[in-house]
Design a protein around this ligand. Structure first.
Ligand code: ACO
Length: 329
């Protein structure tokens, strides 16, 4: 019997309208367009403005657009997984709210949190459900309203992040396409370099934690930078080696979009030419769980059935990994 594989059959994103430019950031903190562009590659990022709007609003729009694009009725969806670090509330899961807002009633849904690696972890988790043969239409959405946890007085972090959501549909196939292999890892000792100090069970919210600005991203940029550069390339090369893929076999490298210098260094370490590396960080910044599907969405017209694609990410945790997939359409 031919093994069932999970193929991405559609991708669709949602970007808030508001564009926060480097010039505007110059008015908010002591920075410059020149510093941000040369040190990060980011020129602008999107921000979700408006009362009462959270991650699930972007996620639901991405999912509704996805289903419409593929001609799938919401009632046909079996499962929705949302990768996020900024759910609307601590509970219920953003995935539950996304399903509700997108009119999905016959599915079960939950969130996964692996910081910037979350979309990759969710994609493999979802692929396993599809490969079991019991699930025919599974949605994976990466969505983050990073502006809700960014300290706009901290110039080291506020220039990096943006808001967005992007979703993919996974369906079973017996062709030689889809999610084929992965290599994931976690090192919890890395928590010290990248975390949010308060708001969890360790340090519940209080007047003191708010006054100390502890509900924002805390990041030591340089250790994260060094870690990212080696781990994304190593995980990608491991997956390639395990599957006898040479550099020439890889059609596209899709790295998490955190810093243009990290993206370039990863490509260099892997010997992948720049024209095969997907980049959109200049437009959106680091949208955490949305960066990788947003790249696929942006480059969708350039993809061909059978293309070998390596997705790779790293993030808070530390978490990191790489996936090998073959494009299915
Ligand atoms: N504008 C102007 N100057 C700045 C800014 C800014 N926005 N930010 C920092 N600087 C200054 C620093 O204060 C420092 O000044 P000093 O030399 O006088 O002390 C100087 O620039 C250099 O600072 P570095 O921290 O060495 O700058 P670096 O080149 O490392 O860039 C950055 C900082 C962009 C944060 C980089 O370290 C980075 O991208 N790290 C990785 C971050 C990342 O990828 N995180 C993703 C994970 S997110 C997640 O998982 C949720």
């Amino acid at each position: 019997m031919t093994q069932i594989k999970a193929a991405i059959t559609a991708v669709h994103g949602n970007l808030p309208d508001y564009i926060l430019t480097n010039k505007e950031l110059e008015q908010m903190v002591d920075t410059s367009d020149e510093w941000i562009s040369t040190r990060t590659g980011i020129r602008e990022r999107r921000i979700l403005k408006g009362e009462g709007l959270g991650t699930s609003d972007m996620g639901a729009k991405a999912v509704s657009g996805l289903l419409e694009k593929r001609g799938v009725d919401p009632s046909e969806v079996d499962m929705v997984l949302c990768a996020t670090v900024t759910p609307d509330m601590k509970f219920p899961a953003a995935a539950n709210l996304i399903s509700h807002k997108a009119g999905i009633k016959n599915a079960f849904s939950y969130d996964m949190n692996a910081a910037c690696s979350g979309f990759l972890y969710a994609l493999v988790t979802a692929a396993n459900y599809v490969e079991s043969g019991n699930y025919k239409k599974v949605v994976v959405v990466g969505a983050d309203k990073m502006s809700s946890i960014v300290d706009y007085t901290d110039r080291q972090t506020c220039v990096l992040f943006g808001d967005a959501a992007c979703a993919v549909l996974l369906e079973p196939t017996q062709e030689d396409v889809g999610v084929l292999d992965h290599k994931f890892a976690t090192d919890g000792a890395g928590w010290i370099h990248l975390h949010m100090k308060a708001g969890g069970s360790l340090k519940p919210p209080s007047h003191e934690t708010v006054d100390a600005r502890e509900h924002y991203i805390y990041q030591e940029g340089q250790p994260v930078f060094k870690f990212a550069v080696t781990k994304m390339a190593d995980a990608s090369l491991d997956v390639m080696k395990n599957n006898n893929l040479s550099t020439g076999d890889v059609s596209w490298l899709v790295p998490h979009q955190a810093n243009m210098r990290i993206i370039e260094a990863t490509g260099r370490r892997m010997n992948i030419p720049a024209e095969k590396v997907m980049v959109n960080i200049h437009k959106y910044g680091n949208t955490t769980n949305a960066t990788i599907p947003l790249c696929l969405w942006d480059y969708e017209n350039q993809l061909n059935k059978g293309d070998n694609i390596i997705l790779t990410a790293f993030g808070g945790g530390f978490t990191w990994g790489a996936i090998w997939l073959k494009w299915a359409y």
